[in-house]
Design a protein around this ligand. Structure first.
Ligand code: HEC
Ligand code: HEC
Length: 170
């Protein structure tokens, strides 16, 4: 099993030079599988999988579509699981272009790559009423907030992830 992996990877690399989607990438398939099934009663759509790394599935390799350039979930407070609804996520791209997206009923927001395909790195700030919270460092290459931020209540809170994105300290 293990020994055949490099061969498969090589076959994929060669195949992808011919037709990009002709090969199943086992690493990508594992990353998708690790996120588990849909929550009961929630349809695949704008309110599914809050807190998860949207771009694992909506990053262009499927199974989610459309492809998102930036997407994630905002929670109300640090470590908590309650969604921050109606928060403006203000993004500033490397070329200075900006885009603001508002979080929905579960705290999710997303921008399709067709709508906005920003040059990285990105700056991001959350705003709602008089409250704002800025990420000091920049987002380098993957616009999925959940790639680095993972809410404790949703399988995160481990040593490999920042806490879920949150608006207020308390
Ligand atoms: C484990 C994979 C996976 C993850 C993670 C995931 N999605 Fe999806 N998503 C899907 C699939 C599959 C569909 C259905 C695609 C289709 O119908 O072609 C979908 C559909 C959607 C749609 C509907 C698109 C349309 O057709 O209009 C939206 C919006 C969406 N997801 C948002 C999100 C957001 C926001 C996140 C992160 C908080 C997320 N998804 C995380 C797999 C995923
Ligand atoms: C490459 C990893 C990475 C990605 C992707 C990422 N972040 Fe961050 N984020 C961090 C790190 C590390 C910090 C802590 C240091 C800092 O504030 O820059 C942080 C901090 C923050 C903070 C400040 C938290 C606090 O304690 O004050 C906010 C808000 C934030 N991120 C929002 C976002 C949003 C929204 C997205 C998606 C659009 C995102 N981040 C994507 C790594 C990431």
């Amino acid at each position: 099993m293990r020994r055949s992996t490099p061969k498969l990877a090589l076959a994929c690399a060669l195949a992808s030079a011919v037709a990009a989607a002709s090969c199943i990438d086992p690493v990508h398939a594992d990353a998708v599988a690790a996120l588990g099934p849909e929550a009961a009663g929630v349809r695949e759509g704008p309110t599914h999988r809050p807190g998860q790394p949207c771009t694992v599935c909506h990053g262009g390799s499927g199974p989610g579509s459309p492809e998102f350039s930036v997407a994630g979930t905002v929670f109300l407070t640090r470590g908590a699981d309650d969604p921050a609804v109606g928060v403006d996520v203000v993004l500033i791209a490397a070329d200075g272009s900006t885009r603001t997206e508002r979080t929905n009923a579960v705290g999710n927001f997303y921008i399709t790559r067709r709508e906005w395909d920003p040059p990285f790195p990105l700056r991001v700030e959350l705003q709602q009423g008089g409250t704002s919270k800025k990420m000091e460092t920049r987002i380098g290459g993957d616009g999925g907030c959940g790639v680095c931020h993972r809410s404790q209540a949703r399988g995160g809170g481990d040593s490999r992830h920042m806490p879920g994105v949150f608006l207020r300290d308390k």
